[in-house]
Write a protein that binds this ligand. Structure first.
Ligand SMILES: Nc1ncnc2c1ncn2[C@@H]1O[C@H](COP(=O)(O)OP(=O)(O)O)[C@@H](O)[C@H]1O
Ligand SMILES: [Mg+2]
Length: 365
């Protein structure tokens, strides 16, 4: 049985690696074979909008899924009813547009940041007046790893950012002086079964995820985040894995954004949970029973960004799990990650800090 995946990045690669033990095969579609996924599975080469290739992918696959959320909905919709696609395109459409996303949060009673859509000078003036400073001006679409956004601390900042980003529809959000950030990941299958992972605490550097620690304490936060996640999963009669990122401020959750796919903040589940997010995504889109999400200890996941440190200096450590995506080095690019497991949260936190420093000095050389 073959799973068709649009996008052959590291997420797709890790899906394939999780699916082989289940007896699944994989077929990718990407612009080249110079991708992390092409090293582990066959890849159809062409544009993501190529109808002919998408039809071939559909014909050869049991179900089509994707490893990034900016795939073309029109092209996937054109496949018609003959193709089975999961997660649902309606959820994909929502998460492609930051304004649609925020509207859904509102509709489902999920607290989120104050915002206004900005598509002209007049609407920017109104947004600044209604929401105030500081704020963040972002493109509504196609943003990732902090790209396509600017923090706005003054009226001058606002106009400079507007000049830089104009041409795309924008959103202006209040700047949330958060205490920290968390995310929650869960899966739903077509039978309505839902599983939710322990909460992730996330630290970003230059807009890119740097460190995730899970499980992250606070049972009340976990319960509330899981309730919000369930609401979205049920709203779309969702099939697959879904992620929501939140700001935490004074013990309250404010939803920031969703990802209708496996997520970087869930990479620790490969070694750190009873069933990984990648395996649960596959189970969910195939309508199989979902696996337990129980943590196997206290995990920290550190992204390896820009430069790949030398593996041999690290992999001798206990319960340190090395992941190299096979990409060429480039500034700001996610090249791999490390997951470490400890018996207690405090040991994990101390070890994660030491490891971050070691990686920084190994990458600086
Ligand atoms: N309104 C905001 N207030 C404060 N920080 C923000 C805000 N929006 C984004 N950020 C910071 O920038 C990071 C990336 O922004 P996000 O909206 O998640 O975009 P993406 O992950 O798609 O690049 C967030 O995780 C957070 O650290
Ligand atoms: Mg984000």
């Amino acid at each position: 049985m073959t799973i068709g995946i649009v996008g052959g990045g590291q997420l797709g690669r890790m899906m394939a690696l999780a699916g082989y033990p289940l007896g699944l095969d994989f077929l990718f579609l990407d612009r080249s074979t110079d991708t992390p996924a092409a090293q582990v599975a066959p890849t159809l080469v062409g544009e993501f909008t190529d109808r002919k290739l998408l039809r071939e992918l559909a014909r050869r696959s049991e179900v089509i899924t994707f490893d990034w959320e900016n795939v073309s909905i029109e092209s996937l919709r054109a496949l018609g009813r003959s193709a089975s696609i999961a997660p649902p395109l309606a959820a994909l459409a929502m998460s492609q547009d930051r304004v649609a996303e925020k509207k859904l949060f509102g509709k489902l009673d999920i607290p989120t940041t104050h915002y206004a859509a900005v598509d002209s000078q007049a609407s920017l003036v109104r947004a600044l007046r209604d929401i105030g400073l500081p704020g963040v001006l972002k493109t509504r679409r196609l943003g990732y790893d902090g790209k396509g956004q600017a923090v706005v601390r003054s009226i001058e900042d606002a106009w400079l950012a507007f000049e830089r980003l104009r041409g795309s529809p924008l959103i202006y959000e209040e700047f949330v002086p958060f205490d920290y950030e968390v995310s929650i990941i869960g899966a739903r299958n077509r039978h309505g079964e839902i599983v939710v992972y322990p909460l992730n605490r996330n630290l970003h550097r230059d807009g890119i995820l740097r460190l995730t620690r899970a499980p992250w304490g606070a049972p009340t936060l976990q319960r509330r985040a899981a309730t919000h996640l369930r609401r979205i999963l049920e709203h779309f009669r969702y099939e697959g894995v879904l992620n929501i990122e939140f700001f935490v401020r004074g013990g309250r959750l404010l939803a920031n954004e969703t990802a209708p796919r496996v997520h970087n903040s869930g990479h620790w589940t490969i070694e750190g949970a009873a069933t990984s997010q990648f395996e649960n995504h596959l189970r969910a889109i195939l309508g199989l029973p979902l696996g337990a999400t129980t943590a196997r200890g206290h995990a920290a996941m550190i992204n390896l960004i820009g430069r790949m440190p030398s593996r041999n200096a690290f992999i001798g450590d206990d319960e340190l799990h090395w992941h190299d995506y096979g990409k060429t080095e480039r500034e700001g690019r996610k090249l791999g990650h490390i997951t470490l497991l400890e018996r207690t949260a405090s040991r994990r936190d101390a070890r994660a800090n030491r490891l971050l420093r070691r990686i920084d000095s190994a990458s600086a050389r």
